[in-house]
Write a protein that binds this ligand. Structure first.
Ligand code: TYD
Ligand code: MG
Length: 449
């Protein structure tokens, strides 16, 4: 008997279902379950693959299928995020706010790839004159690079299937349309159907495909979560449109880790790599201001110094405000509770704002101590000494726990001129201030209250 396919999916959480439901059993969302297109089912359902009736097993030690060959993107930071270049046959979704530099990044990548193998840049957003001007500006005009303007997903899929080009860039998926599918371009049905059509073609032809997707104000990809299931890799391109630093992050990556980030700068001739990124997030820091503490954070295999800022002010309303940007709000709430209970900071009657500067994001628990010191510094109105960085996890009892990669953090902080590293880390290298309680760390950094 043929296995029943999960032909329905939730637009909000991406769950796959066997039948329609008014309320998604996975996330509880209402009216978010939709029927998948045949192409979507084919991509994500193993039962649709030819030969899947029989499960084929192979010895683990046999070489099996080799890893797909990788295309170097010409930008080391991008290769790093991808886990070593763009794999042949991979489908990548590049998301980012309008104006952040997605088209610029892809023009540079397409130009660099086209030096190695034929590549095609399809634009549905701009004219070819505009694309040519951008390619010239960033120095990416290569003989192997072809351009096309169009928005018909079926025509683009046919191009991909022809196998003439090893890389196809489509800018952007929100402007494509597929005939026979309801809705306007950019609508959920059209976006899904067009993406599925292109990804299916790329898989069949073994072509690397990069789709551009615009994101909404809150940072989510415009279009359904189901799009994430269709592609192998989801990259987020972030930064302040009015500042030049850009961060490339892998949100999902079937071909590598999701912990590495790439750092780039938007300049007059396109995006360039930041040569020594360790201190890039603290470049504009004023260490004389209370409420600022630096943590040597670890992203993937690299240490980056990141500034945590805090502001504490008397609360005028009924419940105190807690605003967190760039850090995990749950961990910040926990750190505030420990400061209130164990160190008797009267935070319950105060608004607290915590901000991570430069568009960096702190997700590791090792950032707790820097958050705590920034808040304590803001509360006491005493700056953290300019030569000091902090790293460590805060426990509910006010105890501190060591963070991984302590040596790397210590040496990178010292290299950038910080003489003292405060935290519960083992070892007593030069400049280590070893503390095992949050209260001791606050006293060591800010003096007695
Ligand atoms: P763009 O790649 O068009 O953004 P997106 O595709 O994400 O909407 O880039 C937009 C901005 O980048 C634009 O304001 C101009 C600027 N820019 C540079 O500063 N240097 C450059 O070399 C290029 C091509 C663009
Ligand atoms: Mg663009």
């Amino acid at each position: 008997m043929a296995k029943k396919e999960a032909a329905w999916g939730c637009n909000d959480c991406g769950a796959r279902l066997l039948k329609w439901a008014g309320k998604c059993p996975s996330c509880g969302g209402f009216n978010s379950v939709v029927q998948l297109t045949a192409a979507e089912v084919a991509i994500t359902s193993a039962s649709a693959a030819p030969g899947a009736i029989q499960l084929i097993i192979e010895a683990a030690e046999a070489a099996g299928a080799p890893d797909p060959p990788r295309l170097a993107t010409g930008i080391g930071e991008v290769d790093r995020v991808l886990g070593g270049g763009l794999p042949a046959g991979a489908a990548v979704l590049l998301g980012g706010e309008p104006g952040i530099g997605k088209s610029t990044l892809l023009a540079q990548i397409a130009g660099a790839v086209a030096v190695q193998v034929p590549a095609l840049y399809v634009t549905a957003e701009e004219g070819l004159t505009q694309i040519r001007a951008r390619l010239r500006r960033v120095g990416a005009v290569a003989p192997g690079l072809a351009l096309a303007a169009g928005s018909d997903a079926r025509q683009i899929a046919a191009r991909i299937l022809s196998g003439e080009h090893r890389l196809v860039v489509v800018d952007s998926v929100q402007l494509l349309s597929l005939d026979g599918v309801d809705g306007e371009p950019g609508g959920v049905s059209q976006v899904r159907a067009c993406a599925a059509e292109l990804v299916a073609a790329a898989k069949r032809a073994g072509v690397a495909l990069v789709l551009v997707g615009h994101v909404t104000k809150d940072g989510t990809l415009a279009g359904p979560r189901l799009l994430e299931h269709l592609v192998d890799t989801v990259l987020a391109f972030e930064g302040d449109r009015y500042a030049d630093l850009r961060v490339l992050r892998a949100v999902k990556n079937r071909f590598g880790a999701t912990s590495e980030i790439g750092l780039l700068r938007m300049e007059a001739k396109g995006l360039i790599e930041v040569p020594d990124p360790t201190g890039v997030f603290i470049a504009d820091r004023d260490p004389s201001v209370p409420g600022s503490c630096v943590i040597p954070a670890v992203e993937g295999n690299r240490c980056l110094l990141v500034e945590v800022q805090a502001l504490v002010g008397p609360n005028e309303a009924l419940s105190p405000a807690r605003r967190v940007s760039g850090a995990d709000p749950n961990r910040v709430a926990m750190v505030l509770a420990v400061l209130a209970r164990r160190l008797r900071l009267p935070l319950g009657s105060h608004d607290v704002y915590v901000n991570v500067t430069g568009g960096a994001k702190l997700s590791e628990p090792a950032a707790d101590l820097a958050v705590a010191l920034a808040v304590a510094s803001a509360w006491r109105d005493v700056p953290v000494p300019p030569d000091l960085v902090a790293v460590g996890e805060v426990g509910l009892g006010g105890e501190l726990r060591p963070a991984p990669r302590y040596e790397l953090r210590a040496s990178e902080a010292r290299r950038l001129g910080f003489q003292r590293l405060i935290g519960p880390g083992a070892g007593s290298g030069r400049g280590r201030v070893v503390v095992s309680k949050l209260a001791d760390a606050v006293e060591a950094a800010l003096g007695r209250a």
